[in-house]
Design a protein around this ligand. Structure first.
Ligand SMILES: Nc1ncnc2c1ncn2[C@@H]1O[C@H](COP(=O)(O)OP(=O)(O)OP(=O)(O)O)[C@@H](O)[C@H]1O
Length: 316
């Protein structure tokens, strides 16, 4: 399968877009484009405006002000949506149609659909082809919805949290199908709460918070731009004790039992620990993961008291 998509062509964009639901502002003058060949991971905390943006780009809602385009047209124009495959967050399969019939039906709307058997096999749904969709497990339904987004060989696929609720194997299978789609020349815009998913799939990451873009770049670039380090060690003190360290973004307890401090200045953190005679062992310092970079971009610093030292009594 090859999907023609000249590199650099803008497939979809939002320009100065605002959208409110009554008194709640979901998007606050956002500017965002997706160009051909990219896999863009859209990240943001709950309520950041991700689904609203995807719904505008795919023509399910319209902006209060600003402009939204899909293939150079208004996304509500059915012609613009001919080349779009999408799985909105809140969507469901037709309960009484069989899986095979559902794929046939959706595929019949496109000029050159992927053959039903090939698509179902690819998504591990071959054995379920004769089942009614309502009888599929939640994970199978989720996979079917993503398969339906791909059936028409769209030039752009927009997926809102496609792997939520899937087990590890099903998630990895879906990643493979999305990687195939990308390798064939497809363009992907995806939201996810799984940072490893974005790290695996996306070439570019856009972080939104409170309806505006707070970071936009390659995965590695975003990681390095926020210059956050992870300092971890074992201690008898609670993580909250370290919140007030200078340059601290957050302090928490890892599943391993290690206290983990995300900090903008690992050297200063370590110096303070030593100077204040904190009881620690097994100290390690690492560059931040994408997840940690994301936390630092969307959380206000935990340590309100920049430059404070720790309470020696508590430390001792
Ligand atoms: N239909 C609606 N009616 C009222 N408020 C809404 C509606 N849809 C979204 N909102 C509000 O708009 C803001 C943005 O929501 P949106 O669903 O776009 O965020 P999100 O980043 O997708 O969040 P999540 O990660 O939880 O899915 C939130 O404050 C949300 O409560």
């Amino acid at each position: 399968m090859t999907i023609p998509s000249p590199r650099g062509e803008v497939l979809s964009g939002a320009y100065g877009v605002r959208k409110s639901y009554g008194p709640v502002s979901a998007l606050d003058g956002i500017d965002f484009t997706v160009t051909a060949g990219e896999t863009v991971g859209l990240l943001g905390p709950n309520g950041a405006g991700k689904s609203t943006l995807l719904n505008l780009l795919s023509g399910l809602r319209q902006p209060d002000s600003g402009r939204v385009e899909l293939f150079g047209r208004d996304p509500r124009n059915p012609q613009a949506r001919q080349q779009l495959g999408t799985t909105p967050q809140a969507t469901s399969v037709p309960a009484t149609l069989r899986v095979r019939e559902t794929v046939d039906f959706v595929g019949s709307h496109y000029a050159n659909p992927i053959p039903t058997a090939e698509l179902l096999d690819g998504f591990g749904l071959g054995p379920a082809a004769g089942k009614q969709c309502g009888g599929l497990s939640g994970g199978q339904q989720r996979r079917l919805l993503v398969a339906l987004a791909l059936v028409g060989r769209p030039r752009l696929v927009i997926l809102d949290e496609p792997t939520t609720g899937l087990d590890v194997e099903a998630r990895e299978n879906l990643w493979e199908r999305l990687a195939d789609y990308r390798a064939a020349g497809g363009t992907l815009l995806i939201t996810s709460h799984y940072l490893d998913e974005i790290q695996t799939l996306a070439s570019r990451v856009v972080v939104i918070n409170s309806g505006t873009v707070v970071a936009d770049g390659q995965v590695d670039e975003i990681r390095s731009r926020v210059s956050v380090s992870r300092v971890s060690f074992h201690t008898s003190l609670p993580p909250s004790f370290f919140d007030s360290l200078p340059d601290t973004v957050s302090a928490s307890l890892a599943p391993s039992g290690a206290t983990t401090i995300l900090t903008h200045d690992a050297d200063a953190t370590v110096r303070t620990l030593v100077r204040d005679e904190v009881d620690f062992r097994g100290l390690e310092v690492h560059a931040a993961s994408l997840e940690e970079a994301f936390i630092s971009l969307t959380h206000s610093p935990a340590g309100a008291g920049q430059g404070r030292t720790m309470d020696r009594k508590a430390a001792g």
